[in-house]
Design a protein around this ligand. Sequence first.
Ligand SMILES: O=C(O)C1=C[C@@H](OP(=O)(O)O)[C@@H](O)[C@H](O)C1
Ligand SMILES: C=C(OP(=O)(O)O)C(=O)O
Length: 438
Amino acid sequence: MMHREPLAEPAGGSFVSDTRTMMKTAPHLRVPGDKSIAHRAVMFAALARGTSRLRNVPDGLDVLSTQRAMRALGATLHADGDTLVVEGCGGAFRAPDEPIDCGNSGTTMRLVAGILATRAIDVTLTGDDSLRARPMRRVAAPLAAFGATIDLSNGWTAPMRVRGNGDARGAEIAVTVASAQVKSALLLAALGAHGPTRLTGELATRDHTERLLAAFSVHVRADGGALVLDGPAMLHAAEIDVPGDISSAAFLFAAAAATAGGTVTVDDVGLNPTRTAFLDVLRRFGAEVEVRIAADAPEPRGSVTVRGRALHAIEILPSEVPGLIDELPLVGVLGAFANGTTTVRGAAELRVKESDRIESFAAAARALGADVETAPDGFAVHGPARWHDGAVATHHDHRIAMAFAVAGRVARVRVTLDDPDCAAVSFPNFAAALESLA
Ligand SMILES: O=C(O)C1=C[C@@H](OP(=O)(O)O)[C@@H](O)[C@H](O)C1
Ligand SMILES: C=C(OP(=O)(O)O)C(=O)O
């Protein structure tokens, strides 16, 4: 594990209590490096020719699962201060003797399955109880277009055995699930195939794979509404500085937004437009949001300040869901602080995350006094809640644990989480960061 300084410590700023105005300056915080970007940076560095240097790779458990997988496939990784140094395999991964344990991380399993689909090795991918209950046919079925043989447990989940096809040809594939993991698995398979691979369909999801591949010298072309990658393609080592994770910062933003007079600034956070929809959602709820972009490539980054105001209910449309997918439990929590009925529709994908996030959100919110209705593809929250102390079943789902820690703090009720430590999947110092909002 990398040694690093605490990531969630206040980076300056203070609360100044003034008895007349209670004026506050926003505490400046940093959050761990972006999980989605870090998964890809570690995988691409492991696959590349040469030595890559990756700064600010988070030490959340999911990214550690990716590091473990890359070591198992033959890459060498070591820490040099706050930099992860990766000696890549130049495309020549070797099969480990044991199955690769992807832990709790869907991104690790699905993207690695894509990489393996066009390499002539035989590898089994497994994970924890949660990951072994998540759907894998969404990657296994389209990867068959490259001639890979993928065996799923019970026909749909992990452990999954991937026997890659080293002589694969590029393929034309229509992506049918709006999932960056599926899109990415197919682009990564295309790296090892001969000829162009052309993807159409549901492609409007986070674009970190496209951006990071370019940083490693492989270009994905946009052709009308399609994405095209010409294989085979060798990645070349790169230096990547991972910005803070906006999906982790979202918990701090929500806490500030739902608190009258609350304010927080998060510095050096990723501002990729495919990830910032939650900032618009905060504005629609009534919060004040200020964004300052400091850099643009390969990933936009900068500072965000959020100030709390009285919140009013909003409606999330199905078209907004891919840009908000990891923030939707928090949208529900904010709905419970807002006046009126907040609705989320078109979000059936929530049912196949680390837990069924529609049911785990609703049960937790009700346990604390909120009025929630569920639907097959979403929920409605009638706010404001009559908050009271309660016990929350996290289902070991980091985003449920953090969302309800925020709810308890803002509502000033005692929330007993059955597994507060599961936050470490994405945000190991979350409790300290929330505490520092004072
Ligand atoms: O590609 C990624 O890094 C991710 C994509 C999303 O999953 P889906 O692709 O299943 O929507 C998201 O929920 C997950 O946290 C990370
Ligand atoms: C869904 C998530 O991650 P993954 O799919 O990688 O497990 C998440 O972090 O909320």
